[in-house]
Ligand binder design. Sequence first.
Ligand SMILES: Nc1ncnc2c1ncn2[C@@H]1O[C@H](COP(=O)(O)OP(=O)(O)OP(=O)(O)O)[C@@H](O)[C@H]1O
Length: 340
Amino acid sequence: MISFNLRGQNIGIDLGTANTIVFIAGKGIAFREPSVVAKNIHTGEVLAVGEEAFQMLGRTPGSIVASRPMKEGVIADYDTTVAMMRYFIQKATGNAFVKPYVMVCVPSGVTEVEKRAVLDATRTAGAKEAFIIEEPFAAAVGAGLPVHAPTGNMVVDIGGGTTDVATISLGGIVTSRSNRAGGDRMDEAIIQYIRKKYSLLIGERTAEIIKKEIGCADIEKAAAYGSMDIRGRDMVNGLPKTIEINAVDVAIAIHDVVESIILSVREVLEETPPEISADVIYHGIVLTGGGALLKNIAEVISAEAEVPVFIANDPLDCVAIGTGETLKNINVYKRKSFRQ
Ligand SMILES: Nc1ncnc2c1ncn2[C@@H]1O[C@H](COP(=O)(O)OP(=O)(O)OP(=O)(O)O)[C@@H](O)[C@H]1O
């Protein structure tokens, strides 16, 4: 069985708050699906996982609940996470009886208890053995940074649940911060802002669409991104209503979250040994994760940190690609430090 695993049934899972990406060794990214599970609230039966469950978010009848079992990068609902991982592992192996070795990413700041929960959930979901890699390290590998070289690299991975900031050198993380300010906090901020300013209730999915379409990290530059029509429920009369929202409003709404991300970058830079800081000033910071696609985020971080900032190619895939690269050395991890 082990030799079978070594020939290609090693799986890397970027278990994200918003999306899960599954990487199969030797094949590459196999699929990506939203990290959502729909359950019958009376029986606990899992009705749908991934894309199918995502379509149900905010639209379920009383007997069904569609929810995200991961919050802020860690497991918020253990049993539902196990159900979700079982679905992903079986989809990857194509067979409920094959037990693969699984490498899973966690944010850099998680506690031992949170790590243990991820490992236990992965084994319970069908892994022969589970290993953990820290997200910013995987992101840096996936972004193509020379993580094993004796030179400082800095990566800022802005995900749904967390923003992970780290400097890396000689194959290890030197300084890091995991901030629970990411894309989800921006969505929540947009919901609150629109509720207060326009007395309109909108759902999480609408908020995310607004952020992706006209969200901008810089209030001064936001006017260039125009406006869009959004639909929600009028809080005054309870009826459906359409309003136009402009990009300046959205930039104001998410401003505090952007500031919090910048603060984490500054804190990590302040703690970084001078030789590595010098490398970062020279090579710049690389942004990964879906939040790297927020308009003007690279410019804003660059202006505040006084360091060049670049967006990785395929920022949404970096963590999964980096995890996949790590799978090539899974035999080393089986013997060494990443095994928990
Ligand atoms: N064009 C865009 N502009 C702004 N945000 C975006 C864009 N595209 C995706 N996002 C946001 O990126 C986040 C998802 O990124 P990613 O898939 O890297 O996170 P994750 O791995 O699920 O989360 P985490 O790493 O925190 O567990 C979501 O909040 C999503 O709304």
